[in-house]
Design a protein around this ligand. Sequence first.
Ligand code: FAD
Length: 322
Amino acid sequence: MILVVVEHEAGAPDRLSVEALALGRSLAEATGEPLAAVAYGPGSAAIAGALGASGVATLTAIDDPRLAEYAPEALGKAVAQLVERDRPSVVIGTGSERGAEILAHVAARTGLPLAANVTEVRPGDPWGVTRQRWGGSLLEEARLDGPIRLLTVAPHAVKPASAAAPSQVAVEAFAPDLTDRDLRVRITSRVPAEAGVVSLADARVVVGGGRGVGSTEGFAELDELALLLGGTVGVSRVVTSAGWRPHAQQVGQTGTRIAPDLYIACGISGAIQHMVGARSAKAILAINTDRDAPMVTRATYAVIGDLHTILPAIITAVRAAR
Ligand code: FAD
């Protein structure tokens, strides 16, 4: 059995889970083993219909009201119990922070080998994997030995793809054996995001701002352009360290990895730790005073000049075009 740990929203697996399922299905086809999924949180059983598109045969819905909110230790324990019961040949987690956290707990509990940020798997004896290291700037060929292999899929490294024919998904509820101690780490409250804001990871257009923006107030033009283009604002670490914008908006190795159609990078030099998060952008428009900045040399298009002059001109042109 190939087991994929799925995260979901609005009744369907989220984007990174669809990528993990695509890798799982290619392994299922290569090994002849069935593809199974395990999901957690409210509404888990209801995603069965959507999982049929990925060729999933069975869905195990972790059924425990104490897991209505994300609780990594408890979920790691629940998945570890399922792994002990079903003995899959591989357990695949998503490339999200949650996916990595749950699989790390499973590995620690079971003593099984875990390869993180995998882009390719070659079943054999032992299994071969290609995985991203150093934030994706290096690819490592590794061997994954053991009766059950654990891996997480590098974000946006595997193309989401549907099965040739949708499958009928059998659903079972799984009640894990948990104690209150397993729930020490859990979400206790939530702060709602601003209404209408597009999520950074899913945005088709990201308007990025770096040190060159100069201040919190300097972001007004970036916010305006992002709104006009139906996108969202992303920032460099300098910006979050300065307290100009929240960490939730940081793009990069220690922030969010984005994959927009267009990344408009304003006053960002293009340090490797930033580019790790932006490398999946289909096109980059760099706006920078320095024509030799790495962001400019890597960009699809570049405008050399002061962003506070260029952004208002772009905003005016977009409005006029409409
Ligand atoms: P700078 O490098 O200072 O670049 C500013 C740019 O703005 C320059 O190119 C300049 O020419 C241009 N500019 C200045 N004024 C203007 C103007 N008026 N108009 C147009 N252009 C102008 N960084 C991240 O972003 N994300 C991460 O996740 C991240 N993780 C890290 C993890 C580690 C372990 C480490 C060590 C570093 C990490 N960093 C990360 C930091 C990273 O190395 C860089 O320091 C940071 O990305 C630089 O931010 P910046 O481009 O905004 O600033």
